[in-house]
Structure formats: structure tokens, C-alpha cells
Design a protein around this ligand. Structure first.
Ligand code: 4NP
Length: 168
């Protein structure tokens, strides 16, 4: 059974598609692809069906990462039981996701992504949408270092090995 991971932001065109792409890349690089099912979504519906923001695609492309295949989708209440880990980019994403958890059943699997950042700052990934290029660069740097740390923690927690099997 793969470990199901969902990254969540507001629009699903900037931060969470990047996190999905960087994390998937890290998983593939380490030969762990069979262990994971990886997705992203937004709490809002404004951009559903769109590609990732061109500024984020450009930022990723400069780092040899393609976000070309991404299509924005909205986070749904049914994602709460389905995914094993739900990593949100900021505190407003956190409250929006938890609002869908009407009976308080799933809050243990919903966490701020930057809890895993070795330099966590405010524990939030700043929304770059209304700002300039430096905001996108900052998001990239945060997402890059946090994704690798997160993967290390999951490998340890789930006792994963690169041959596609978990230790008994
Ligand atoms: P994201 O960025 O949540 O990182 O995808 C945003 C994208 C769109 C909007 C806000 C944030 N918006 O207001 O349309």
C-alpha cells in the first residue's frame, strides 16, 4: 500500500504544485516511487482546471523541474479519509481544511508543511501570488529544503527502503 500524501495551498497553482513536484522528484531520485502516491490541491476553487502559474512553472524549469502536467483541483472533504498525510502551506489553509473535518476525526493527519523545515520561520509558506519574482524564489528555497527533510522523516517513520519494499 503506497503512503498517500496531499499538499494543500489556496489556489493549487503556486505553492502546493511546486511541493508536489519537488517531493515527487526527491522520491524518484531515491528509488522510493513505489512507496508513495502524491497529489496537491487548493482550498479555493478559483483556479480549478488551470495549469500551474507561469511564474512558478518558470521558477521550477530553471531548477530542471517540470510542472507542465499539473492541473489545479480543489481539496474535498473526501480527501480527509483517503490521504495518510495532508501537508498545508499556511495557517489559513489549515483552518480551511479542518473546517471540512466536521467530526474532528482527521486532525492528526493534517499538518503545516514547514513543521519539517529545518529553518521554519513562521511555519508558513508565504503566498507568492500577488508579489514579485523574489517571492517565488523564496517559496522554491523553502519547498526544496523542507521536502527533503520531510522525505527523510517519512522514510524513518515508515521504515522504507529503496527497493520498493518496506521492512517487515
Ligand atoms: P497558491 O497561490 O495558493 O500558492 O496556489 C495563490 C494562487 C491564487 C490566489 C491566491 C494564492 N488567488 O487569490 O487567486
Amino acid at each position: 500500500m503506497p503512503i498517500k500524501i496531499m499538499f494543500v495551498c489556496l489556489g493549487n497553482i503556486c505553492r502546493s504544485p511546486l511541493a508536489e513536484g519537488v517531493f515527487r522528484d526527491a522520491v524518484q531520485e531515491r528509488g522510493l516511487a513505489d512507496h508513495f502516491e502524491i497529489a496537491s490541491s487548493g482550498t479555493g476553487n478559483y483556479h480549478v482546471g488551470e495549469q500551474a502559474d507561469p511564474r512558478m512553472r518558470q521558477m521550477a524549469r530553471e531548477q530542471d523541474l517540470s510542472l507542465q502536467d499539473h492541473t489545479a483541483q480543489q481539496f474535498a472533504a473526501s480527501d480527509l479519509p483517503y490521504y495518510d498525510h495532508i501537508f498545508v502551506m499556511d495557517k489559513s489553509n489549515l483552518s480551511d481544511v479542518l473546517r471540512l473535518d466536521a467530526r474532528d476525526e482527521y486532525n492528526g493527519k493534517v499538518r503545516l508543511f514547514r513543521e519539517f523545515d529545518p529553518d521554519p520561520g513562521t511555519f508558513q509558506v508565504p503566498d507568492p501570488y500577488g508579489g514579485g519574482a523574489e517571492g517565488f524564489r523564496n517559496v522554491y528555497d523553502i519547498v526544496e529544503r523542507t521536502s527533503h527533510e520531510l522525505l527523510d522523516r517519512l522514510v524513518e517513520e515508515h521504515d522504507l527502503r529503496a527497493d520498493g519494499r518496506a521492512r517487515a
